[in-house]
Ligand binder design. Sequence first.
Ligand code: FE2
Length: 257
Amino acid sequence: MPRFLHFTDMHLRHHQPGSASNPMRLSRLMPVTLEQLGLRIGEHKPDVTIMTGDLLDIPHEMTDGENSATSLYAQLLAKITADYQLVKNWFEGTGIPYLVIPGNHDHEPTFEKIFGNTRGPRDLAGFRFFSFWDRLGTNRQPERVGASADLFHTALNAPENDCPQIHLQHYMIDPPTRSNGWQYEYKGAAKMNRAVEQSCRVRAVLSGHYHPGSLVNTIGGVTHSLPPAFCEAPHIYRIYDFNGDKAPVITDFSLDT
Ligand SMILES: [Fe+2]
């Protein structure tokens, strides 16, 4: 039975200075917390470990692009690179295959330099995994456009992809979610949802970004899952046990219990 362990939104800072602006996000605790998660991975023995973005909590001055010629930018970039390397070393050290994508608090060029192009597809444990690197639009609502939209279309329609799939993405398709002025589901999410269901290929859509988390099953039998942010206590991770065509058995664990 394929088993997958999923965690998201770590917002780690170790070599980078300071912590996330939101004090709920325990950025500086994350290296120690990762070591604890590594022990749990050894106990659960998943076939794949999945992380759906916001690995790091990049300072805003690095993401606005205006300061890229300054020495401060160069110093921060070196620290960001060191933090991504720390996370990569941790994944490699678990000895378990892993899939990871960037989120809106990541620095995509440095992420890609360390982890490579993780978009896939990649076949693991009887599933074809597609990873979508999407971005927020001008109104802070996520969008799937360009090459990512093309990959989505190919996954759902190309004859060579007619197989059980799991989609990984930082943002959610379902349920529609609005909080504090942010629209968390994709622009055009209803249409995306219909395309996913009509393909009859996708068993699960695994996301991050919305820190309280969510879990729904559509009428078409697709699991849309978003664990609570790992950076916030009690540091939850989610396990999926698949058994044939049945809906996966889903269990949440926390490091604080
Ligand atoms: Fe996040």
